[in-house]
Design a protein around this ligand. Structure first.
Ligand code: T4K
Length: 399
């Protein structure tokens, strides 16, 4: 921003994939090729499903081509129609999975945990409501007990978008066992990835069977299609990547945890910067390092974001600007923001920082030192940011 050299010429990403050693992976991929069974419920997919189900403490795991398709299939298998209550403070896929099937996502505000606020949920229930989808944001579980109670009282289906929460627990119970079903993402940016991938996990036998059929065009026998389906299958290469990653799962989590603890130590006394914590009494995957930027920094989150980007630290404003401010919802519900004050607040304040196995202790120290420096020099930096913003707004100006 001030014309000096960039701190990280080799940019640091949020969501840089955790990649295993190439050789064992390539060997197993060669085995897949030799076997000539590349997809359609192959042995690697079945083994991946078995291991994910075991870790999550559920009877069924149905692996899919990505988390979004898994969500869409879970929503359809659950028979959701009409209105479904979801948080707006999430990735677009949560709302899209409903809207794509002509189900209306009704946006609910969040509470201090950044997850859906059960106190607000109840106000949104109407005769059109058929379900609730909670999101375990950044792997921190939502208020499962309160949501379960609401769904029981109003006879609604409860699903969880657990895209961030594989390997996490609540009150000692692994994520996967809550609601009718939960959905994981194993996208490249997740701590455990299958390149692209996702899964529905459930303890409901009939629900699992429905998801399996829907994943495979609705087939229930060689020539028998018993329901409307789609192609949601995970392939064998993806499952191999998942299986090898599972072998390293605890190491990846340990690295994420060390990164988190280092950020915690080194950000501790920076005014206005607070690290979103993980409950050390639970199982966590620590895959997101999220900070909240308050007024005490003297600098806006967006200014900080721009500055980090300029230095090669590609921090992300997850989940700005909230689904309600994205299309098609922005046009459909132009007044939504006024009912989502906590969402609006979070959208303006949160920033995710790089972590994972691709980020070292020295890099984290540099990021934290930069944040400290920025907050200390916020007046000069904000002035420069304002100057640059004006220049961008008026191209061709002498700047
Ligand atoms: N529900 C929730 C709550 C979710 O957060 C998500 C996905 C879903 C459902 C749907 O699950 P999937 O259908 O995706 O399985 C990324 C991911 O694409 C997305 O999976 C994730 N959530 C979301 C939070 O983050 P973008 O648009 O921010 O991705 P992108 O391409 O900007 O990548 C993020 C960063 O990672 C970049 O700085 C580049 C870096 N990167 C990315 C890839 C793919 C790499 O360094 N290497 C790579 O291979 O959505």
């Amino acid at each position: 921003m001030f014309g000096g050299p960039v701190l990280f010429p080799r940019q640091l990403h949020v969501g840089r994939p955790n990649v295993p050693d190439a050789e064992p992976l390539l060997q197993r991929l060669r085995d897949v090729l030799d076997r000539r069974w590349l997809t359609n419920d192959g042995p690697e997919v079945r083994e991946f499903e078995r291991q994910v189900a075991k870790i999550s403490g559920v009877r069924h795991c149905i692996a899919m081509c990505n988390g979004t398709t898994a969500l869409q299939i879970a929503i359809r298998a659950a028979g959701l129609t009409g209105d479904v209550i979801v948080p707006s403070f999430s990735f677009a896929a949560t709302a899209h999975a409903l809207q794509w099937q002509a189900i209306t996502p009704v946006f609910c505000d969040i509470d201090e945990t950044f997850c859906i606020d059960p106190r607000r949920v109840e106000e949104l229930i109407t005769p059109r409501t058929t379900g609730i989808i909670g999101v375990h944001l950044w792997g921190r579980t939502c208020n499962v007990e309160a949501l379960t109670d609401i769904c029981r009282r109003y006879n609604l289906v409860l699903l969880f978008d657990a895209a961030h929460a594989f390997g996490c627990s609540r009150s000692g119970i692994m994520v996967g066992r809550f609601g009718r079903a939960e959905v994981f993402s194993f996208h490249a940016t997740k701590f455990l990835n299958t390149f692209e991938g996702g899964a529905v996990v459930t303890n409901d036998d009939g629900f699992a069977e429905a998801c399996r059929a829907m994943r495979n065009f609705g087939f229930s026998g060689e020539d028998e299609v018993s329901t409307l389906g789609i192609n949601g299958k995970m392939n064998e290469f993806e499952a191999v990547m998942g299986l090898i990653s599972l072998e390293h799962m605890q190491e990846i989590i340990a690295t994420n945890r060390n990164n988190y603890l280092q950020y915690q130590r080194e950000l501790e006394d920076i005014p206005g910067v607070s690290l979103i914590g993980y409950d050390e009494n639970e199982r966590n995957n620590f895959q997101y390092i999220t900070i909240e930027i308050t007024e005490d920094t003297g600098i806006s989150r967006d200014c900080l974001h721009a500055l980090l980007q300029a230095e090669g630290i590609l921090a992300r404003r997850y989940f700005h600007p909230g689904c309600h401010r994205m299309e098609p919802y922005r046009s459909l519900y132009p007044r939504a923001a006024q009912f989502l004050p906590q969402t609006e607040r979070a959208c303006a304040r949160m920033l995710c920082l790089p972590t994972g196995t691709g980020v070292g202790a020295e890099q984290i120290s540099t990021i934290c030192a930069l944040l400290r420096y920025v907050v200390r020099n916020h007046i000069a930096i904000s002035a420069r940011w304002n100057q640059l913003s004006v220049a961008v707004a008026a191209p061709g100006s002498p700047e």
